[in-house]
Design a protein around this ligand. Sequence first.
Ligand code: PMV
Length: 362
Amino acid sequence: MQDYKNPNLLLSETDFEPGKVLWRSPSNLAIVKYWGKYGVQLPRNPSISFTLENAFTETVLEYAPRTSGKEGVQLDFLFHGEMNEPFRLKMVKFLKSITDIFPFLNQMDLRVQSANSFPHSAGIASSASSMSALALALCSVEDELFDTLGDDDAFEKKASFVSRLGSGSACRSIFGTMGLWGEMDGVEGSSNLYALPYADNVHDVFKTFHDDILIASKSEKSVSSRAGHALMEDNDYAEPRYRQANQRMKDLLSALQSGDVEKFGTIAENEALTLHALMMTSEPSYLLMRPNSLKMIEIIRDYRQRTGHQVYFSLDAGPNLHVLYPEDIVHEIRPFIENELVQYCEDEIWIPDWVGNGPVQI
Ligand code: PMV
């Protein structure tokens, strides 16, 4: 099994040139969800997501020869220009866990500055965008210092692998349009270790799909994704769920290929509600949807029935709604959101977003 451990990535000279890399990496929205894991962030079932455009993290990573003589990972960290000790400690822990992949991290002083495009307090999970941005930056540093990742595919594969170690779902954010993660019959090269770009077999209608994010509540999640994945281990529905996810992946890939928006939307909604049903049926049980999440779901379904417009919803592990619809009805759906849904958003916050082209180095 590929693990990317590489003791050769050590600098022989300790007075190398200081450098700086900057990556912008997007968040993603799973249509078939990853929920349940084993080993080191390995998924119990395959998943696939839209890569977003507007919700992203920008990460600047500066490195310089170590002057302090201290051991281990040495990191300064600024989030939105301010020191943030809890985030810094989380990042140090993650960097320490990957020093066998990037041994040179122990030879430098690091400074990371990170900022999200969306308000930190909006209750949008940022682990996918932030972990993928960091992983891309680390791969760029490796390539600058050792010239090892010049091939784009090799670079992206390693960046996806490293992102996965930071946050499972982050491994899909490396690729534009859609990312597919997890072994799946019929998808060549699919792996539990990293995601694959998934755009070639996707009908054009989905390449410009909208994915607006409606903030039902800005509060922090009461149960983390990490705890949620762990609760799947004793969930009575776990095994049937993994079977179901595999079947839904097959059905979804065929809908993506043929451009069947209705089938796509039905799967997206069922997946969102299944994810939350799994939370409700865990022990202890928990609920992340809020009354306004349900209210908005009902309004979307009612609007779809009334108008025939193909607008659907999804949810992440939180109360906020993702409103999914094709580009050709944007002039109907935007006013619908403004007139009928925004009143159920906390502080009337919603973030227009759509399927994007993936990360960029700046
Ligand atoms: O990447 P994690 O460990 O935060 O898990 C997130 C899983 C979901 O967002 C709920 C679903 C998914 O596949 O992205």
